[in-house]
Structure formats: C-alpha cells, structure tokens
Design a protein. Structure first.
Length: 615
C-alpha cells in the first residue's frame, strides 16, 4: 500500500512537471539569454573577493590538565570564512559608495554603521533604533575609518575598522562549566536527579565489575534501547534519568550517609584564537606563547617544566628541542607554529528560511563525527559545527509594508516628515538617512530595497566559536554531535569511541579513565547560537532545520538523527541493502545522496525524484 502511495505521488509530480514546462525557446533567444547570464555571472564574480585564503584558524585550549592546539579550516558557503566575510562586507561598502569611486568620501562614510550595529546585522536583525536624531546613529567618526588621513576610506580601511572593534570575521563567545551533570558527593536529592553519565555506566556495566569491556560497550544498543520511552530509537538524558531513579533510590537506602567516588573536578573551558599572521611574522604565536608562560609558569623562571604544563611525555619531548627538560618562549612559539593535535575542515552554511518541521523530526548535527574529536593526554575536545538559523529576525516585508502604509498616495517615496508624523513607521525611520543615498530628503522604494539587500548580505558574515565543559562522564563521550541524545549510530560506535580512552591498555574502561571533555561549537552568525547551556536541559532536544537530503530520505528519517534505520525504512529489504553501501545497518545521508544521484536518469519520469519507492 505504501509503495502504491509513493508511486502515485511520484506520478503526480511528473505530470505537474510536464504541465509546468515552458515552451521551447528559439535558438536566438537562448543564445541571448546565455550571453546575459554570462555577463551577470562575470560581474558578480568581479564584485566579490577571490577565494585565495586558506581559511585556517588556530584555536588554543588553555586549562587543565594542559594546553591543546587545534587547527580549523573554516569554510562558509563553500569558501573560506575570511573570504566570505570580505564578500559580505564588500556588498555593504559598495552600497555606501554611491558614486562607484571604490572609496568612501566624507558624506558616504557618515552612513557607515557602528561596530555594534554591524554585529546586529550579522545576526539578521535589521531593526535600528532611530534615536533622537531619527537616523542610524551614532555615526562612526571619519578619523576612525580614514587611517591615512587622505579624506577617502578604502575598503581595506573600512574592513580593518570593524575587525579591530569586535565585528570581524570571527568572534569568541565565552564558555564555562555549563555541563549540567551533577557530580556531587553522595546526596539523595542530587542523586535522585540521576546524573546521566553515572547511570549509563551502571547500565552498560552488566557484570557489575566497575569497568566496561569491549563486549559490554558493543552491546550498548541492545542495553540502552530498553529505556527508549518514546520509542524513537534514540536515548535522551531524561530517559536515562527515569531509568536511573530507582537505582539511585536503592543506593540511598543501602548507603545513606556514605560518600561516592568523585569524578574528575570540572574545569573552566578557556580558549585563545591565535592571530592569523603572514608566516614570516610570528608576533601572534609569540604573544600566545607568552600567555602560556603566564598561566602555567608556577615558579616564574620564564620556562615550563613538564609538571607545570602537563603535556604527555611524547609531546613534551617533541617540543623540548634542546632536551633540557624545560620549554622556553621560543620552543613554545615553534610548537604553536607546528603540527596541531587535531586539524579539521569545518563546513558551515546559513539555513535561515529553510522549511521547518515539527521539533521531534528536526535534523540534528551529524552523529558521524569521529574525525572531529581531539583526544590528547586526559583532554577530549569534540568539534561540532552548527548551521546558522536566525530566528525572529526583522524581515524585509516589515519595512516594505511600513513604506506602503506611509506612502498612501503611491508617490514611490517617503519623506522624513511623513515618517515622523506616522505612528506606524518607527522601524523605517531608523533606516531613512542611510537609505537616502542621494541625500535629497526622500527615501524611494528602490533605495529602500537596495539598502535591505546590502543589510541582508551581512547576515551570517561572522563565525562564532565557543567552548564549554561537558563533564567527564560516559554519556558525553558517546554523544558525538552534542545534541544530548544517543542515536543508533552513536550507540553502535560506543567501543570505537571508548577504546581510545583505555590509558593502561588493559582492554577495559574505568570511570577514572574518562578525560576532561569539552565541546568546541562553530556556528555561522552571532548571538548565543554557539553556546550550549546544558544546565536544566536534560529533557530538551536540540533541534535543527532539515535542509539536506533526498525527499524520500528526509521523510523516512522520522527521528531526525541523520540515518534511516530498518524500522524507519518503508521499502523492501533488498532496496535497503542496496542503498546501505557500507553494510552497517543504517542508510546515511551520504549513501542516500549517492543512490539518488545514481538513480536519476534523463527522460525517465520514474527516476525524477530518485525515490526507491517510485517503482
């Protein structure tokens, strides 16, 4: 029945596509259209900076038990995050450059937003408080923009001003101990909240010997799915909390007043974004090395012993080039310029405006992130990219509706006097001076639309990074994508992830082998998008807009974990096995896309959607 339903839908789609097809164009018209498109593409390419930047940004974790260097290749919309920032800012610069002189004169530069306003635009908020003057104020002083004092502001000067004032391509959000996982002494009240990491260890430790074997870890799916209360093939913190409540109560009855073994002390998550230098000048690396000395040099002898910096022996010996048992400023600088503990490519895209689905069916960050984890000497950092999805932003429609309301005579423009007299155009008043490009005292609809295009081009120009402590327990070690739920893929990969923690190589994982764990979140946009506050969120799912994958795949993936399981699959077992190329029992997004590409055949309506159910 389901096959027939999908077949009917596929047939209907084909018929609709045939009816909607435009009549064939004459060859001459097609050639003209092609030429016009070529010119438009060339003009757009000329207007944007070339992507000759490598997108590399070094991030240095500083905290217990030792520093960790991570190297990120940041890609936004398919290009370097730094090139992307320049391209977005260049569009706004070009809007201000009304005479197309490639520089801003005094009048044009007076319309430049403050750094704080630019950050607001990065987040998709176009609303500007008009203030007392009724315009986009206060303006940036020309002397702050025009560094060489020649009366003209170049794009480089324009960009450098915002970079120096906190509105550059990268921003670092403050982190902290937002782990939300109780790690107290034995306390009936706290323990009845059922710390998930403690509970999940107890559940997987089926023989109760206080350690996890490979066999026990590989049985995680069978063990944990028993507590899947909502039957969605995912285990949430709240479900583990319910599972552990009775177990904790028994401990309360049996061990009242006794102290439980404490896990590792939670530490503050701090990071430094190392300056991007030319490769010849090492000032940025040297500055970071000096900061390391200030933080870790307990005896203040301007060098660091292994005991002070906490490096694993192999790493310390590699950095200690003269083998004197101490790391100098020069040696630390060379370490920061060398190979990082983890080097990852982080791809981001803005999914604002994408079709939204019910929360329980939203696409979460990918759970296939083993390659995005750094484990080094008691520190484990999980790099989690998140798509930008600006919510609640003021849209173009808001301002255009205000314009039409004030321009009741349909003259095609509004004046400041009209806006001040109207009680319904407060938002539009804030854009009047900037939008009035020719300074004739009138804001035309064309000028307003051009301003909105320039402001919207800034949305998502900045990339935010934040690092938070996620505790030192088992749940966090298994939760690859940081969504506070364990998917089938994450449960099946339990031993693969845990065996790296086996410090003494005895084939077992004990509680004291769990490292300090952190999540480094990378998100396109501004605000609190990148911060993950675990406190009080044990029963809350992280949601993401579903924007990728063939339609049949996204519809079948009912729990939104990025995989289609046999239970979610609506076709035959033979088709499932065909698409499941790696034979791991799950159809991943990559496998679905590969099948969809292969299934598309020209002039065959059956394969237009690529759906395995269209036959």
């Amino acid at each position: 029945m389901k096959k027939l339903l999908f077949a009917a839908l596929g047939l209907g789609l084909c018929v609709a596509l045939l009816h909607a097809a435009a009549p064939p164009q004459p060859a001459e018209d097609q050639a003209q259209d092609k030429a016009k498109k070529g010119k438009a593409d060339a003009k757009a390419k000329e207007a944007e900076p070339e992507d000759d930047d490598d997108g590399i940004q070094d991030v240095l974790y500083v905290g217990a038990p030792h520093p960790v260097l991570i190297r990120l290749n940041l890609r936004v919309e398919g290009r370097s995050a730094f090139t992307h920032y320049d391209a977005c800012l260049k569009k706004y610069f070009d809007f201000l450059d009304r005479n197309n002189s490639k520089t801003l004169d005094r009048i044009e530069a007076a319309k430049a937003p403050t750094a704080q306003q630019l950050l607001q635009f990065f987040g998709g908020n176009l609303f500007v408080n008009p203030g007392r003057g009724g315009n986009l104020s206060p303006a940036v002083p020309l002397t702050d923009l025009d560094v060489d004092r020649d009366g003209q502001v170049t794009f480089e000067e324009f960009r450098d001003y915002y970079v120096k004032n906190g509105a550059g391509p990268l921003a670092m959000l403050s982190g902290g101990n937002n782990n939300g996982f109780p790690n107290n002494n034995f306390n009936p009240v706290a323990d009845l909240e059922a710390a998930p990491s403690d509970v999940i260890f107890d559940l997987l430790d089926t023989n109760k010997d206080g350690k996890l074997s490979k066999k026990e870890a590989e049985a995680a799916e069978q063990t944990l799915l028993k507590y899947d209360a909502d039957d969605n093939e995912m285990i949430s913190l709240s479900e583990l909390g319910l599972a552990g409540r009775d177990r904790v109560r028994r401990r309360v009855d049996q061990k009242q007043g006794m102290r439980q073994p404490q896990p590792k002390q939670q530490v503050q998550a701090n990071m430094i974004l190392l300056g991007r230098d030319s490769g010849r000048q090492k000032a940025a690396k040297a500055a970071a090395a000096r900061e390391l000395l200030e933080r870790y040099d307990k005896d203040k002898d301007n060098s660091l012993t292994r005991a002070e910096i906490g490096f694993p022996k192999a790493l310390f010996d590699a950095v200690d080039r003269n083998k004197d048992g101490k790391l100098t400023l020069l040696e630390l600088t060379k370490w920061l310029s060398g190979k990082a503990a983890g080097e990852f490519t982080v791809k981001l895209r803005d999914v604002s405006g994408a079709m939204m689905r019910p929360a329980k069916n939203m696409m979460r960050p990918s759970a296939r992130q083993d390659e995005m984890i750094v484990s080094l000497g008691g520190v484990r950092i999980n790099v989690v990219p998140q798509p930008a999805a600006v919510q609640g932003r003021v849209t173009d429609t808001y301002f255009l509706q205000q314009f039409d309301y004030v321009d009741e005579d349909e003259k095609g423009f509004v004046t400041r006097k009209q806006l001040e007299a109207s009680g319904q155009a407060f938002g539009l008043r804030g854009l009047f001076d900037v939008g009035d490009r020719n300074n004739d005292g009138k804001l035309t609809k064309a000028e307003l639309k051009a301003l909105l295009v320039a402001m919207n081009a800034l949305r998502g120009a900045q990339v935010n990074l934040s690092m938070v402590s996620t505790g030192s327990g088992l749940f966090q070690a298994l939760d690859a994508n940081g969504d506070r739920q364990l998917s089938l893929r994450e449960m099946r990969a339990a031993w693969k992830r845990l065996e790296k923690l086996d410090e003494n190589k005895d084939g077992f994982i004990t509680r004291d082998e769990f490292p300090f764990q952190f999540q480094l979140t990378v998100v396109q946009g501004t605000g609190n998008n990148g911060l993950v506050n675990f406190q009080g969120m044990e029963g809350v799912e992280m949601v993401r807009p579903r924007v990728r994958g063939p339609i049949w795949f996204t519809r079948m993936d009912s729990n939104g974990d990025g995989d289609v399981s046999p239970r979610e699959w609506l076709g035959s077992k033979e088709d499932f096995d065909l698409i499941d190329a790696d034979k791991d029992g799950l159809i991943s997004l990559e496998e679905a896309e590969a099948y969809d590409d292969k299934a598309r055949k020209p002039n065959d309506c059956r394969h237009e959607s690529g759906s395995p159910l269209s036959s």
